[in-house]
Design a protein around this ligand. Sequence first.
Ligand code: PLP
Length: 382
Amino acid sequence: MPDAFASKYGKAAPPPSRTVLLNPGPVNVHERVRSALAYPDVCHREPEVADLMTRVRAKATAVCGGDETCTSVLLAGSGTAALEAAVSSVVPADGRILVLDNGNYGLRIHLIVATHGIDETYLEFGWTNPIDPAAVERALVDDPTITHVAMVHHETSTGMLNPVRAIGEITHRLGRSLLVDAISSVGAESFDMLADHVDWCVATANKCLEGLPGVSFVCAPRSRFEELADVPAHTFYLDLHGHYRGQAIVGAPLFTPAVQVMFAFEQALDLVLEETVTGRAARYAELAAQVRAGLAERGMEFLLPAEHWSNSVTNVMVPDGVRYADLHDGLKDEGYVVYGVQEELGAVFRVANMGQLDEADIKGFFSALDRVLPAVRTGGAA
Ligand SMILES: *Cc1c(COP(=O)(O)O)cnc(C)c1O
């Protein structure tokens, strides 16, 4: 019967058995995570879903370093949904947000702030330049009307790890709130929302937490969520205080959550809590070291100096005489997906090592690269 439609609408190609994802999320997931997707059909207003959400919120809080004074609110949507919920919900009408930008995701926060017409001071450091804590401190001392600071912990577009602890120390000392996009750092970097003085932590299921796309969350001290009662929301669907009330007070989601993806996310959270965040950070750091050693051996050059590297993303220059698209397609034919970067950075691409990957995957990637590179070099034997 489906074939009757295939001639009219086309037909999906059979999926590959396993592609090694070297893009910075979505990632290769554990079989336990994938199997959980097959949870039987369920109504989202039944107690088993309320219980699931309570457990997932507690486990999400734990991986952010939160204690019982903190809680998490789950959103159906990608990381940007949680980011927009937080950014658009936390700044009061008489507040002002200082946005720190040193890459594509810092820019994204700026664009969200602009979309909602929130008063903003915008500090651009330039892509690939580190955030300068002294400049942040000066901006806050100079302008007491700034109530919030927003930054990205791991700037995934360049692979730069930003100094969240240094900024948190400043915002804490100067009495401002800190909102951190920790979407690609939670689970794989040293991050502790309490020690780092993070008031609002935004994260997602499908990066270093190794879940599937469709669920994201905001973690914060309960007192912060309570304070939002007086802050008018900028959006109906992403009203963070509304979701907090639904999930943490009433015990029912506001709207239909991505239930099966949440069951999968619970497995992913169990896996990272079993591995521990420090254990996962060490595993990723080891794989990143293998990626970087292999690239360096082949004479390839990195976008950033080593002092700024994260545990999960390596930005590397496209070799001379190679078109990125050819390199990407050649590697994909071999079963490895690498990731392009924004045009601002020129001929650079990314090799991420997030997800359920091991040494054999990295070795396999380099064997594939050694076959593909000569074939795609202009004038090379194609
Ligand atoms: C992936 C990512 C996002 C969100 O991207 P989505 O496609 O919405 O999940 C935001 N910030 C950072 C730092 C990211 O790495």
